[in-house]
Ligand binder design. Structure first.
Ligand SMILES: NC(=O)c1ccc[n+]([C@@H]2O[C@H](COP(=O)([O-])OP(=O)(O)OC[C@H]3O[C@@H](n4cnc5c(N)ncnc54)[C@H](OP(=O)(O)O)[C@@H]3O)[C@@H](O)[C@H]2O)c1
Length: 337
């Protein structure tokens, strides 16, 4: 039987604007005991993600909000240290939504087994996990890219965006990315094979840059950010373009609704299709997506990067860092060896 202390990060106050470390608090409680049908998991890696910003606001988005004093929600990879279900044995590696804490119990059926022979186990939170599936279904199912299409992606050096551009290349498209530093643009073009990109923080005229990078217009836009970047991209869509609304991170720290240009006339004139999606709508096809992503990874057709901060106590810092664009690739927190 496990005994000892379970460190947990709870929500201390609702952030105003960009979260601060003081909006979170580290507390200690006893390590929980698994009930029949449950397992006890030791967290090894924790994922910090943009959606968490929505969960900690007063009026959350599509998911239940995190209450004050409640453990922060989050995906983890961990090792089962005690099992009360024959489906998962002690010592096995699993992935699940177990939160920002050292230990958690969960029904065995709510966890996915992780095979360490396929790739490093942290990838179950990046390329072979939720971000990878978001890129895969968002691009292929929502945008239906055709060979020769120009595919534009925002937050292009992040967990989802970096894969969208690479999958677009596999589908024989031109991939162009927008990101927040010259180093990120170098990463996507030199290391990941994107055809071009620009740093939105130092580019004064997005229209001029978009015209230069996409002289024949944009056929597919995978939107991770919203705001002025998206307002500009919409003006360059081609007839029958497809836009996947994956995220709107430029607005996540805003307390007031953002007002922008009205661009539905552009959608009308270009007969374009704009579709929002949540990766969980594809749950019954996750196996297909993971299989394909693992194959591309094994064949060296996709690369991934993980940006790893050490220590549960540094999870709030890692989360804020990701919201500020400090990460290249997937932002993770290593909790234990
Ligand atoms: N629909 C779904 O099911 C689903 C699933 C997963 C993720 N998402 C969404 O996909 C997007 C990317 O998620 P991710 O996990 O891959 O995160 P990520 O891209 O790895 O990290 C977030 C990135 O957003 C960029 N960013 C922050 N503030 C910005 C701003 N004001 N304007 C433009 N860019 C900004 C930063 O990069 P820069 O340096 O480039 O600014 C930062 O690195 C998010 O919007 C997220 O909510 C949606």
């Amino acid at each position: 039987m496990m005994e000892g202390v379970n460190r947990q990060i709870v929500l201390a106050s609702r952030p105003v604007g960009l979260p601060k470390e003081s909006d979170f608090r580290l507390v200690e409680s006893p390590v929980p005991k698994p009930r029949p049908g449950e397992v006890l998991v030791r967290t090894l890696f924790l994922s910090v993600d943009p959606y968490m910003r929505g969960r900690i606001r007063e009026n959350g988005g599509y998911a239940r909000r995190t209450e004050l004093g409640e453990v922060m929600t989050g995906g983890i990879v961990g090792r089962v240290v005690e099992s009360n279900d024959p489906r998962i044995g002690s010592g096995e590696l699993v992935e699940g939504m177990l939160g920002w804490q050292d230990y958690a119990t969960a029904p065995a059926k709510a966890l996915r087994k992780v095979n360490p022979a396929i790739a490093p186990i942290s990838t179950a939170l990046s390329v072979l996990g939720m971000p990878g599936l978001t890129a895969y279904f968002g691009l292929l199912d929502i945008c239906r890219p055709q060979p020769g299409d120009t595919v534009m992606v925002s937050a292009a050096a992040g967990a989802v965006g970096s894969l969208v551009g690479q999958i677009a290349k596999i589908k024989r498209c031109r991939a162009i990315g927008i990101a927040g530093s010259d180093e990120k643009i170098r990463f996507i073009t030199k290391e990941l094979g994107f055809d071009g990109g620009f740093n939105y923080k130092t580019t004064h005229d997005y229209d001029v840059k978009l015209k230069e990078l996409c002289p024949t217009g944009i056929d597919v836009y995978f939107d991770n950010v919203g705001g002025p970047i998206t307002d500009a991209v919409i003006r360059h869509l081609n007839t029958r373009a497809r836009v996947a609304v994956c995220g709107q991170i430029s607005t996540y720290n805003c307390d007031e609704p953002q007002v922008g240009p009205r661009w539905l006339d552009q959608i009308l004139n270009k007969q374009a299709k704009v579709e929002g999606f949540l990766v969980f709508q594809y749950t019954d096809r996750f196996e297909e997506g993971l299989k394909q992503l693992a194959t591309w990874l094994r064949e060296g057709r996709i690369k991934y990067r993980e940006d790893i901060v050490e220590g549960l106590q540094n999870a709030p810092r890692a989360f804020i860092r990701m919201l500020e664009g400090g990460n290249t690739g997937k932002q993770l927190v290593k909790i234990a060896d």
